[in-house]
Design a protein around this ligand. Sequence first.
Ligand code: CUA
Length: 324
Amino acid sequence: MPVAVRRVLIATLVTSALALMTTATALAGNGGFLPPPAHSPNAQRVTDAYIFVGAFSLVIFLIVEVSLITFIVKYRRGKRARNVEGPQIHGAGRLEIIWTVVPVLILAAIGTFVFYKLPGIADVPKAAAADETTVKIEGHQFYWLFRYPNGAVSIDRMVAPADEVVKEDVIGLGFDVNHSWWVPELGGKFDAIPGITNKTWFKAPQGDYVARCAELCGIQHALMDGDVHVVPRAQYDQFISTRASAAGTKALGSEEWHGVCQSCHRLDHKYIGPALGGNPLLKDRKGIEQLLRNGQGQMPAVGRNWTAHQIDALVAYTKTLGAS
Ligand code: CUA
């Protein structure tokens, strides 16, 4: 290949690679290198640790890559014959001490920093009982189920009081598979592993925060998302008391239909599972309960641990669909 052509080729490849590398960065709001803005003290500490470790990584990356490229260019074979050996160098005491001691110091600095930050990530801050709440978060194929202290239930949208400690019990159910509860702005990922309860927390200002399932859990994993809706305490109390009462049944049924059934079913056409429009099952409480509790064929037992109230709420909703 003529030298000129090779130069153009290399330049094109390098520019294309750089363009590709920077696209994602340009598209991401915060420069693409950082976690999304933290809205909880523990999430802030995760971000701090990320930046601290990232800074060392970036500097080391640059040193290694620049030296690598410099050495490749500077010590290339050039016009020397293929069989001529380069200079043979043995031992460099000072250099060897430096490249041993410096990494030890870097690791010590990172270790110290992380262990200093860790308690603020893991430990739940002390708060008066009136100023905190605990929400049980269950990972199901393919939806998130939230149980509040008064027995209220919501699907895919967790409601929480603002500026208070919200304890999260992330629960994996024995009959389901692994999921991972992740609200990037409120902290790290917490796995929902069958048979295990993982505990975490957040304390966030009013706002909506996107939640994801971060563990491949089956065919609709990619759609297993939700959000955390943080509202003033009075609004939170109002929400859970309404939701637990008869007045909240309709909203619960609708959430169950949209969050649970619609993960895999549509009324008018086959989706992951068969179309449900006109199916007599929509009006058959016994049939629905049987299906939810035991699953059938490809369908997992999506409602095995539902309360009778949850099933009633869904049936009340599906009865309104059966009319179609
Ligand atoms: Cu649940 Cu992925």
